[in-house]
Design a protein around this ligand. Structure first.
Ligand code: GLP
Length: 246
């Protein structure tokens, strides 16, 4: 079931989610967090850094697993999700990097997917899985399609996703065309899932998620409706655009 939280602004959405994460870590210092990349969570990560520096939250016993990684670029590449996590969060908080996992983008892709699958369940499932959403409703790199996958796998990226992510690369041709990703079953296995969305490019995807009880593989986010504890945090601008009234 989806609980929709509408905030005044994107900044307020980020504050809301940062607060949820800080509360969880304070209640359960050795919790496991499922983390996400993309532009949307960056200000939320800044708030976690501020809270950590202010002594309001301690990440020293926390374990993390990330949703996905591009194939074909190493963790040292400035567009890899390992690099993203290090520079946007891990390098600035008191987490033990040995307790953070981002899938390998290089090497044997199938073996890397099997390793990611194992990490999803190692020591228990995530207490909280953070999510963003693609313009086409994709979650992690589970692309809108006739079929979805339950477990970690290699996904061919759609034109829509490549176009959307091209803004982070020098040239569109530099965007990897495949990625390793948790499957939908891995995401739904988390005890709680929290999705943040902002911006009118997400209108159609969020409408499908919050305005009906329909589930379709063509908007993978709609599968979250089957989760018993899913929270979708959107700002008023996006809520108005989708026609969500609460
Ligand atoms: C990428 C990531 C997703 C993310 C999506 C949206 O494709 N694999 O996890 O949700 O981008 O990103 P943004 O927040 O930049 O719109």
């Amino acid at each position: 079931m989806i609980q929709v939280v509408v905030t005044e602004s994107y900044d307020a959405s980020c504050a809301y989610v940062a607060d949820m994460i800080c509360k969880l870590v304070n209640e359960k210092p050795a919790c496991k967090l499922g983390l996400a990349t993309g532009g949307t969570p960056v200000p939320m990560y800044k708030k976690l850094i501020e809270a950590n520096k202010a002594g309001k939250v301690d990440f020293s016993a926390v374990h993390t697993v990330n949703l996905d990684e591009y194939c074909g670029i190493p963790g040292t590449h400035d567009q890899s999700y390992r690099y993203f996590m290090d520079t946007n969060l891990f390098d600035h908080i008191n987490i033990d990097k040995a307790n953070t996992y981002v899938a390998q983008g290089m090497g044997d892709a199938e073996a890397n997917a099997a390793e990611l699958e194992a990490k999803v369940y190692e020591g228990g499932v995530a207490d909280l899985q953070l999510l963003g959403i693609g313009n086409n409703g994709h979650i992690a790199f589970n692309e809108a399609s006739d079929t979805l996958h339950a477990t970690a796998h290699i996904e061919k990226l759609t034109e829509s996703t490549i176009n959307a992510n091209a803004r982070f690369f020098e040239r569109k041709e530099d965007v990897p065309t495949t990625a390793i990703t948790m499957g939908m079953g891995d995401i739904l296995a988390a005890k709680c899932v929290v999705l943040i969305a902002t911006g009118l490019a997400k209108t159609d995807a969020i409408r499908g998620l919050v305005m009906s009880d329909e589930i379709t593989t063509h908007n993978p986010s709609t599968m979250l409706k089957m989760h018993p504890n899913a929270v979708v945090v959107i700002d008023k601008e996006l809520a108005d655009a989708v026609g969500y009234k609460g």
